[in-house]
Design a protein around this ligand. Sequence first.
Ligand code: CA
Length: 227
Amino acid sequence: MKVLLAEDDAQIAGPVLRAFERAGFSTEWVVRGDAADAALAAGPWDAAVLDIGLPGRDGIDVLRRLRDRGDPLPVLLLTARDEVGDRVLGLDAGADDYLVKPFDMIELEARVRALLRRGRVAAGVAPIRLGRLSLRGEETVPRLDDAPLELSPREAGVLAILLRRAGRVVGKPVVLQELSVADPSAMDLSDAAVEVMVHRLRRKLEGSGAEIHTVRGFGYLLRALDG
Ligand code: CA
């Protein structure tokens, strides 16, 4: 679970980082609002905790820009006691939750855990779609018109990786690294083995409205066919 923390007060950020580490979140800490904005745009994240009063760009502005990009990422705002108006603005701007300073670390951790859970549920409700292909939140086998494709586990893994990054070029090392999360022996596969899996996938994707395009020297790109 990757969480972005944007907080300019090190005395608050320190304990939050320790609490999140204990909770098993992988956390990145930024101090400035513009850095938070860039990190969120680069993504992907599972949740963000944004302080409202930040140098560079305030937390509400960062949140607004995130929602303007159509990003449903769960966001919790941190507000000072005298920022009640900001809190309302924040909820209007699309915050999922807020916490008033000073707060208890256990409370923050519980709220972020709830946000992460909500995010995963939402991910399951809204599958990734490309042409007639789709992939639902927790599932490992992509579907064609809602029926799971008949693929080997590794072929399904490769297609899921490409589907999550549809429209972007994915290098073979990234494919192998991601495959090895669920299947550690995949790390030992050669580039040629990836090429064989992609070759088989291409055949199985015929008529699906999507194709795996080879970008020579870079990797693969899953894209929708026109019409
Ligand atoms: Ca602040």
